[in-house]
Design a protein around this ligand. Structure first.
Ligand code: ATP
Length: 237
């Protein structure tokens, strides 16, 4: 038998009130890989990320979520966060009134500290140049970089990215993509939710495709890129 996956979601069912959204999904994420979680608008991608991160909404009524032998399904969001989960939400949540550096330092308070400021500025030179600037005055792309850097500052085991490319110019997307590759080279495990499926598939090792809360594909990213039928039916690309 092979060892259990690094992150494992087993028969997860999630609801917003009475609305049954994630309808019993199971998938694995292996250590060090980038998994693209794809599907049309409303397929349940964000709901899946929020469920794994144990946010109050949605409610996960059934299922198990394991991260590196830790039962996330028994945890609240702050415990899941300490267990090594780093969710970067779509709205980024940069803290107003704090500089770039203060946003990062605040994330580093819980010991043991994650990536050092030096290592983060190495990875995101733009953030180093702007360390004294108030975080919320950064451009959209720079705020996305800060949101990712802040997650890494917390010493996480898995990075969950919700539409990191949204609203950004192609050159900025290139830059973030390059950084995500460097983060992977340093051993990080990532789940990437993206509307920009082609770009996500070019970066990812594997892909899981959702359709109305169920998994319709789980395999290599290259396989999705090569399969026109699959792309047309579930990704509209
Ligand atoms: P998108 O790319 O549009 O964000 P998605 O795949 O991430 O799509 P979700 O945001 O997970 O989809 O939404 C899945 C379904 O859950 C949708 O039908 C949406 O209307 C519903 N939903 C999302 N948030 C809530 C909420 N807070 N309360 C009730 N229903 C919700």
């Amino acid at each position: 038998e092979t060892a259990p996956a690094f992150l494992s979601v087993w028969d997860m069912h999630s609801y917003y009130g009475e609305s049954y959204i994630v309808q019993g999904i199971s998938f694995n994420v292996h250590e060090g890989e980038i998994l693209a979680l794809l599907g049309r608008n409303g397929a349940g991608k964000t709901t899946t990320l929020r469920s794994i991160a144990r946010l109050d909404d949605p409610q996960v009524n059934k299922g198990e979520i394991w991260l590196d032998h830790q039962p996330l399904h028994r945890m609240k969001s702050h415990q899941a966060s300490v267990a090594g989960l780093g969710l970067v939400p779509e709205d980024r949540r940069i803290i107003p009134g704090l500089t770039v550096e203060e946003n990062l330092q605040l994330a580093q308070i819980t010991p043991p500290i994650g990536w050092s400021l030096e290592r983060l500025y190495d990875l995101f030179p733009r953030l180093g140049e702007r360390r004294k600037q108030e975080g919320v005055t950064l451009s959209g792309g720079e705020q996305q970089m800060l949101a990712i850097a802040r997650a890494l500052a917390r010493d996480i085991k898995v990075l969950l990215l919700d539409e990191p490319y949204e609203g950004l110019a192609p050159v900025i997307v290139d830059e973030i993509e390059k950084t995500l590759r460097l983060i992977k080279e340093q051993g990080m495990t990532t789940i990437l939710v993206e509307q920009n499926a082609v770009r996500a598939l070019q970066l990812a090792d594997r892909a899981v495709i959702l359709d109305t809360g169920s998994i319709v594909f789980d395999g290599s990213a290259a396989e999705v890129l090569e399969n026109e039928g699959l792309r047309a039916e579930y990704l509209a690309i």
